[in-house]
Design a protein around this ligand. Structure first.
Ligand code: ADP
Ligand code: MG
Length: 143
């Protein structure tokens, strides 16, 4: 496994990183996003969606767990599992069709559903470091 660390200094740079990975997205990929509230998971996701060619606004589907976007180059499955109480809720929404389908999945707060994550997920970890500035983010990508 290879790990790449990318440092960004603005939301725009994080968006651009997401867009680049979205442009490279292939069917069946699952990206997991971990990091504290406000670290930039949704900003990254918005870039990723743009990279896949999804038009229109992409917001955090915090109250719905899953938002599906069909308008891009590939289906885009955006999960935000922050408010999940039990992984059974993932079964209720039919997550397997997304995880094992032809689109790309991106899961915010993926550590909360660790037990159902396939082994081939690409992990993205986002961290702040206030000593390096308010807008600094360290983004570790496992590929
Ligand atoms: P999360 O989804 O992780 O809770 P959001 O993406 O919703 O976080 O919010 C991130 C916030 O941090 C936004 O207000 C964004 O403008 C701000 N921000 C500041 N610097 C950065 C950066 N380098 N990358 C991403 N977001 C940043
Ligand atoms: Mg979010």
């Amino acid at each position: 496994m290879k790990t790449t660390v990318i440092e960004t200094y603005s939301p725009r740079e994080t968006y651009a990183l997401g867009r680049k990975l979205g442009q490279e997205g292939t069917p069946g990929q699952i990206y997991t996003l971990t990091g504290d509230l406000g670290v930039g998971k949704t900003v990254f996701t918005q870039g990723f969606a743009a990279g896949l060619g999804v038009e229109g606004p992409v917001n955090s589907p915090t109250f719905t767990i899953l938002q599906i976007y069909e308008g891009g180059r590939l289906p885009f499955y955006h999960f935000d599992v922050y408010r999940i109480a039990d992984v059974e809720e993932m079964e209720e929404i039919g997550y397997e069709d997304c995880f094992y389908g032809e689109g790309v999945c991106l899961i915010e707060w993926a550590d909360l559903i660790e037990e159902i994550l396939p082994g081939n997920c690409r992990r993205i970890i986002m961290e702040k470091d206030l000593e390096k500035g308010f807008d600094y983010r360290r983004i570790t990508i496992e590929v």
